[in-house]
Design a protein around this ligand. Structure first.
Ligand code: MG
Length: 247
């Protein structure tokens, strides 16, 4: 996990119009971007070893969906706070984390170094125990029937084995998993992300793609991104993008 992962200058998300209006408002821009997506095919990944071994891609017309994990699929704050309350007989609540750098101040830890040392201690790290957000894996499974989920997550090395076990336990249908610090290095058609710094980087480096901000208390609107408040809204955006790509 990059040290900046829980730092920044977020604030409560501003009151915004309904998502459908927001998405529709964005579509003219997205359609311009989608013209670039159509050539080459949105499913641009090179043939993989698995593919050449006979495991053909089932949906060659699908979109590559770059999916962040923590704060998007996995409820990191609920997870670490549950562990923290158990360990220290505390009564923290996830809704107390309202800024990007708002984790340490509600704990007794001095800094993130101390937090991560605690978070990785024990039989498994906190990343092995995170709960799912409502609708996350169900929606990913539905999208995977047509599209190609690509997990893109920034993690310390020590967190990777627990994250892989967590993904397997929850039957994540991702066909690719990337643990990278620079998420712009993974080419996708649609991204779903909650971290302000990743959203800014993606909007800058992948301006011809569709970048969705999962609206959370710790992020704010980022120019060049589309707001989604939950997984149903993300699925609707993917549907709009796919439909625009077919026209
Ligand atoms: Mg995240």
């Amino acid at each position: 996990m990059d040290r900046a992962e829980y730092r920044g200058q977020p604030a409560q998300p501003p009151s915004r119009p309904a998502a459908r209006y927001r998405v529709a408002h964005e579509i003219p821009t997205l359609q311009g971007s989608l013209r670039k997506l159509r050539s080459p095919s949105p499913m641009r990944s090179p043939p993989s070893r698995a593919h050449s071994a006979g495991s053909a891609r089932p949906h060659p017309s699908g979109l590559r969906l770059g999916i962040d994990l923590d704060g998007v699929v996995a409820d990191f704050n609920q997870g670490w706070i549950s562990r923290y309350n158990d360990h220290f007989d505390a009564a923290l609540r996830p809704d107390q984390v309202v800024t990007w750098d708002g984790l340490v101040p509600i704990t007794h830890f001095c800094d993130m170094e101390e937090f991560w040392a605690w978070a990785r201690a024990g039989e498994c790290s906190v990343f092995r125990e995170l709960p799912l957000y409502d609708g996350a894996m169900e929606t990913l499974a539905r999208l995977a029937r047509v599209h190609r989920p690509v997990v893109i997550s920034s993690k310390y090395d020590w967190a990777i084995p627990d994250t892989l076990e967590w993904l397997a336990e929850h039957r994540c249908p991702a066909r690719e998993i990337h643990f990278v610090w620079d998420k712009t290095s993974v080419d996708c058609d649609v991204y779903l992300e909650d971290a302000p710094h990743h959203l800014t980087a993606l909007a800058r480096a992948r301006s011809d793609r569709v970048i969705c901000r999962m609206v959370r208390p710790w992020n704010t609107a980022v120019p060049g991104t589309v707001d989604v408040r939950d997984w149903a809204e993300f699925a609707a955006v993917v549907g709009d993008v796919a439909a625009a790509a077919r026209t």
